[in-house]
Design a protein around this ligand. Structure first.
Ligand code: UDX
Length: 430
């Protein structure tokens, strides 16, 4: 099939590369000339394991193309995926880029096309897009379909090729058949193809993310209780997760959840519910609980340092919102680090994906390209993300002084082992 992906950001690039790998001809179109130039030269502008190899392979095999000519890319294609950004403005998804793309599509509707929203868009957006495209001239020339993506950063290729389910929202038989065909190689691998109404598909995306955010906040609060009652949260998570009705995934206690989806989507879902006069009190509480967690962990750090952060050398191992990504969006390190600096701490950070501009405006923070340099003579090491390279560290060799402390926010180490090694070790919910 001939596919056009508009928007070569995270979702667009991964989807484009994967669809081309499944044998389709894909044009990734974007108005950003610099980005398209890079991609045409084989440079992938985002960090995602496996993506560059996939892009290069399919470019070489003449299945994947990059273009700034959006009009022509639309004309040549049977299926158009809208993958442009929907930034939040006052807790509402801003759809101006989506609308702009749809206006372009309207001008270039030279034959029947399926227009698919993959960008996360609020419930009823599909209806609006359909109304925009509707005209006498365009009758029977298009269907608007919702096909939300559930990719996790760092695991995006695997999530795309082996998803738990593919959700397609449309009531058109014709569009559904074409979409099913497109996803056939993936469905064959036993992933479920789930056809539903367009509005339901739109809500499934938000409701899934809000549910996962709820699961994380829930286990984080149970971890708070474990800390006070001398119980190990890891045992509780395993014990709960063995119940198949609950499931063991997304029960890892840690810092506040972050990233480009959970914080934004939970807020946007509440806004949508308000529009329909519905009180999503659980989701509201999750948002509050997640925000409070930053304060809670900051005061835990203060306690660990005996309520004196003045001139204390604190090292962060990882600062992104999770391991496997270079993404800083809504990482709680952005909230915690400035608070620690305000209280007099001297921060160093080592980050496997490199220097972060986000801290540019802060004083008393230093990026170290080498983990040894970052940890040397530190008073406290904070393991903030769960990269494999943080899982077997020789802390005494790294810090090179006595009486340092460790705050393991991802529970990577065994408290008993740390005790045996005489290391002052703190973790989450244990
Ligand atoms: C998420 C969804 O998983 C994906 O389906 C959606 O399309 C986009 O948003 P992503 O943001 O890439 O993906 O990361 P994810 O792995 O879901 O983690 C989100 C946050 O939750 C991170 O801050 C992570 O550290 C945290 N998390 C996750 C936990 O604290 N505990 C867990 O058990 C799982």
């Amino acid at each position: 099939m001939k596919i056009c992906i508009i928007g070569s950001g995270y979702v667009g690039l991964v989807s484009g590369a994967c669809f081309s790998d499944l044998g389709n001809k894909v044009i990734c179109a974007d108005k950003d000339k610099v980005k398209i130039n890079k991609l045409n030269n084989g440079i992938v502008p985002i960090y995602e394991p496996g993506l560059e190899e996939l892009v290069l392979k399919n470019k070489k095999n003449n299945r994947l193309f990059f273009s700034t000519d959006i009009n022509n890319s639309i004309k040549q294609s049977d299926i158009i995926f809208i993958c442009v950004g929907t930034p939040t403005k006052n807790n509402k998804a801003d759809l101006k880029y989506v609308f702009k793309v749809v206006n372009n599509i309207k001008k270039n509707l030279n034959k029947y096309k399926i227009i698919v929203t993959k960008s996360t868009v609020p419930v009823t957006t599909g209806d609006k897009l359909e109304a925009m495209l509707n005209s006498k001239k365009n009758k029977n020339k298009f269907n608007v379909v919702s096909n939300p993506e559930f990719l996790r950063e760092g695991e995006a290729i695997r999530d795309f090729l082996y998803p738990d389910r593919v959700v397609v929202g449309t009531d058109s038989k014709k569009a559904n058949n074409i979409m099913k065909n497109l996803y056939m190689p993936i469905i064959k691998k036993r992933s479920r193809y789930f056809q539903t109404s367009r509005r339901a598909a739109e809500l499934i995306k938000y409701a899934s993310n809000a549910f996962l955010a709820t699961k994380i906040s829930y286990i984080n609060e149970i971890a708070n209780l474990c800390e006070k009652s001398d119980i190990d949260i890891k045992e509780v998570s395993s014990g709960i997760g063995l119940d198949q009705r609950i499931g063991e995934r997304f029960l890892r206690a840690g810092p506040s959840y972050g990233g480009s989806c959970f914080p934004k989507d939970t807020r946007a879902l509440v806004t949508t519910a308000n529009r329909f006069n519905t009180d999503l009190s659980i989701v509201k509480t999750v948002i509050k609980s997640n925000n409070n967690r930053n304060k809670l962990l900051t005061s835990k750090i203060e306690k660990i340092m005996n309520n004196n952060l003045k001139n204390k050398k604190i090292t962060f191992l990882g600062v992104t919102f999770k391991a496997g990504t270079d993404d800083m969006r809504e990482s709680s390190s952005l909230k915690i680090i400035p608070k620690l600096i305000k209280k007099g701490s001297l921060i160093k950070y080592y980050e496997p994906t490199g220097y972060k501009d986000e801290f540019n405006k802060l004083k008393n923070i230093k990026y170290c390209a080498d983990i040894n340099e970052a940890c040397k003579y530190s008073d406290l090491l904070i393991i903030y993300t769960e990269w494999n390279e943080f899982k077997q560290l020789n802390f005494k060799n790294l810090v090179k002084k006595n009486n340092f402390k460790i705050y393991d926010m991802r529970n990577l180490y065994s408290p008993d082992l740390m005790k045996k090694k005489n290391i002052n070790y703190f973790c989450i919910g244990r």
